[in-house]
Design a binder for this molecule. Structure first.
Ligand code: HBI
Ligand code: FE
Length: 292
């Protein structure tokens, strides 16, 4: 098999070979070091997540050919994933333009970075790599509710872009798909991929007394800015995953009109109408350098 030139991030000025920005995964180009990085990350999360991740994500992981000792082969993932939920994973070199991203989601294709982080980036990196995308996002795409919600987000994203409300809609994605928590009978659980792929935030989001934990409300979240470079100051909690079904069916257009006249909220703000499940102490972010 021809393996091509290997993996690399899309550099500034990168011109995609294909209009949809997909590339071949080139599984045979991964080095022993790449697989070892996957293994380190996988084992760390496996120690943390059985009691912290949502049932839907745990079941998805269990049912997919995702092993501890090697980066998954997307073709093998897709055999199981596509049969279960109609989704496929496609390889991309890193972040892709918003409209390209939405177009994939709207067609039940999840774009996953094909590269893996370097050993000095185990805890944080800017672009989504194969660990974040495949370990964090893909298992829950086996769940029918999440499968429909993600497709609806892709369709909604294309529409929000036309209406000029993409920054607001992106907050819904952020506080659900990336950093969402859900109430389960056993207690609060994680379903957001940004948390599931982070050892430190897996603990912080559930156990630290610093962040607020607030019942999810769509209009509230549309107005709430978020942090991309640190733990969240507020997490929004679904009463169950089925709440995403309602969210997938909402026509956001009237909501955009409603929030147009309202102030934006900072990540750590509480509002009089919030259902606060746990009021955070804020100690973690108070000791961080102020934002500029
Ligand atoms: N590209 N590969 C990739 N992964 C993402 O999560 C992603 C993206 N492009 C745009 C994007 N996310 C977000 O900015 C949108 O959800 C708004
Ligand atoms: Fe992500």
């Amino acid at each position: 098999m021809d393996c091509g030139d290997g993996h690399g991030l899309a550099q500034p000025g990168y011109r995609p070979a294909r209009a949809d920005w997909t590339v071949d995964q080139q599984w045979c180009r991964y080095t022993p070091q790449d697989h070892a990085t996957w293994r380190t990350l996988f084992e760390r999360q496996t120690g943390l997540l059985p009691a912290r991740a949502s049932q839907a994500w745990l079941e998805g992981l269990n049912d997919l050919p995702i092993a501890y000792d090697r980066i998954p082969d997307f073709a093998q993932l897709n055999e199981v994933l596509h049969a279960r939920s109609g989704w496929q994973v496609v390889a991309v070199p890193g972040l892709v333009p918003d409209e390209v991203f939405f177009e994939h989601l709207a067609n039940r294709r999840f774009p996953a970075g094909n590269f893996i982080r370097q050993p000095h980036e185990l805890d944080y990196l800017q672009e989504p790599d194969v660990f974040h995308d495949v370990y964090g996002h893909v298992p829950i795409l086996m769940n029918p509710v999440m499968a429909d919600y993600m497709q609806a987000y892709g369709e909604g994203g294309l529409k929000a872009q036309r209406l000029g409300y993409l920054p607001q809609l992106a907050r819904v994605y952020w506080y659900t798909v990336e950093f969402g928590l859900v109430q389960e009978s056993a207690g609060l659980r994680i379903y957001g991929a940004g948390i599931l792929s982070s050892a430190t935030e897996s603990r912080f989001s559930l156990e630290d007394d610093s962040p607020h934990r607030i019942a999810f409300d769509t209009e509230r979240v549309l107005r709430t800015r978020y942090r991309i470079d640190d733990f969240q100051e507020s997490y929004f909690v679904l009463r169950d995953l089925d709440q995403l079904l309602e969210l997938a069916r909402i026509d956001f257009t009237p909501l955009y009109a409603r929030i147009a006249g309202q102030p934006e909220l900072e990540p750590g703000d509480l509002q009089p109408l919030d259902t606060v499940l746990q009021r955070g102490s804020g100690h973690y972010h108070h000791t961080r350098a102020p934002r500029v």
